[in-house]
Design a protein around this ligand. Sequence first.
Ligand code: TRP
Length: 331
Amino acid sequence: MKKIALTGIKPTGIPHIGNYLGAIQPALKLSETCEARYFIADYHALNATKDPVALRSMTLEIAAAWLACGLDPDKVLFYRQSDVPETFELLTILLAFTPKGLMNRAHAYKAMLQSNNETGKDPDDGVNMGLFSYPVLMAADILLFDTDLVPVGNDQFQHVEMAVDIAQSFNHIYSNQALRLPEPLSQPDSKTVVGLDGRKMSKSYGNIIPLFAPQKKLRKTVMKIVTNSQEIEEPKDPDSCSVFSLYKCFATQDEIAALQGRYIAGGMGWGEAKQELFLAMNRTLAPLRQRYEELMQNPDYIHQVLREGAAKARPLAAEKIRQLRQIIGID
Ligand code: TRP
């Protein structure tokens, strides 16, 4: 039997190269060997976003992005969290098995307390209950579908471990194995994607290369990658260079070896290295960009894909809820 892999995608607008290499590509690769269930976590986004227009368009954009990158909705169960209301019934059940103290230890919540503390604000300033109980909703997402593997970034490991804690507490109380214990799956690539300034590529650092930037904009952005001030003729160190680091993500083995040779030999300026990077990137991204633009011209199709995904997900979810209601005595 194939393992079940599930992950939630927060609708945060158009993804960047780091998201693509660190999250989208590995998750799509995983879907070749697992039964994959990937969903847009729109109710998670509500905790932070109160702008309905933005939430709607970000949901559409992120769905289009994953489809453009090759998610095949016939192979991957692809749905919107809000279209599977069983999630929220499971959330209510799980809340009764979640110690408040467990939530107090969540990194995201603790980080907010600390920043409030540092700025002299009330400790709970800006913390809504959705944010506080975020890990329980995430546990509901995961446990509803008998998930084995959760591909996530390292920052989400703690949340998956909390889902395990909550599931164990439920199973223990009813002396059964009704909730399958999930395992976080690390995506090692995500650490190696550097941004324009050499730090990890991240929206919060403002150092991203957008995934679907038009060709001209992509070239302009690549040219902004920070390099050192070595002259053209000087030999250069590929291993400490952001341009080369990104090149390795898009070029073939032969191309990588060739560019490495040119770095070491000297005689190549940064402009030229960046042009090589742009060409390699554009080769991969041009078809994705085109597909993304086509999809965004046709939002009805995207909505239909998500609706069909939910129609397949709901019977699975309903069956799970039926079993759980029986166990807890609400049937
Ligand atoms: N919290 C995840 C993030 O910020 C998104 C998410 C929501 C998720 N529910 C999930 C990830 C369930 C894995 C499983 O990226």
